[in-house]
Design a protein around this ligand. Structure first.
Ligand code: PGA
Length: 251
């Protein structure tokens, strides 16, 4: 039985006061969750604040990116050790916005996955195709390439200490959600790839869906057998929406 996870991806949103208000409502609104884990991945400058607001609560926290390097002359970058200094539990790697806007390729993403894990962080590895790739029938090929790069570097057993997120790029921030069946099909495809190496790791791997998940569509997505929760962008910034999504995962 896989424990569901709902993780907020705040992207480049937030503010000291806003974070405080949002998190205090989220903490109390999700206090009754038992079969669902809840987390927020926040911009770097707020890690300290979020750590102090969330420590000793049931909500975990993490970052949205990590450097593949340990330390050194990498202006603007943040290392794994810096994230563990703020007791991050998760870090998102390979989000499509990093891949498309900042030129991260599958090799870079797998290096980031590795440094995160080596530091004890749990990477949330994002994979997913563009609209053109889907329409051309390349969804499986794209997802396989993104996943194989990571498995090739760290080995399939390392996936046991990670979370996957299938995020079709055409559904991110567009209001267009994959249908539950479209998402389920790709989740099964991902799980089968992992199972071809290690059945146990595949059975226990949490695969989240991300892309315009809202309170109104979360329940039908989470009802699918291989959808183990969600990576939530826009809706994670609205306390009531985020709480409803967490509750939908619980049911
Ligand atoms: P969205 O973003 O929920 O706003 O579509 C999801 C994501 O990018 O992780």
């Amino acid at each position: 039985m896989r424990l569901k996870l709902v993780a907020g991806n705040w992207k480049m949103h937030g503010g000291i006061e806003r974070n405080r208000d949002l998190l205090s409502i989220v903490i109390s609104g999700t206090a009754g969750l038992q079969k669902t884990a809840c987390a927020v991945c926040v911009p770097y400058p707020y890690l300290s604040q979020v750590q102090s607001l969330l420590k000793n609560t049931h909500v975990s926290w993490g970052a949205q990116n990590i450097s593949q390097h340990d330390m050194g002359a990498y202006t603007g970058e943040v290392s794994a050790d810096m994230l563990t200094d703020f007791c991050c539990y998760y870090v998102i790697v390979g989000h499509s916005e990093r891949r498309t806007l900042y030129g991260e390729n599958s090799r870079t993403v797998s290096l980031k996955f590795k440094v995160a894990q080596d530091a004890g962080l749990v990477p949330i590895l994002c994979v997913g195709e563009t609209l053109e790739q889907r329409e051309a029938g390349f969804t499986e090929q794209v997802v396989r390439e993104q996943l194989d790069a990571v498995i090739g570097l760290v080995g399939v057993d390392a996936l046991a200490r990670s979370v996957l997120a299938y995020e079709p790029i055409w559904a991110i921030g567009t209001g267009k959600t994959a249908t539950p069946q479209q998402a389920q099909d790709v989740h099964v495809f991902i799980r089968n790839i992992v199972a071809s190496y290690n059945v146990k790791v595949a059975a226990e791997l949490r695969i989240l869906y991300g892309g315009s998940v809202k309170a109104s569509n979360a329940a039908e997505l989470f009802a699918m057998l291989d959808i183990d929760g969600g990576l939530i962008g826009g809706a994670s910034l609205v306390a009531e929406e985020f709480i409803s999504i967490c509750l939908a995962a619980q049911n």
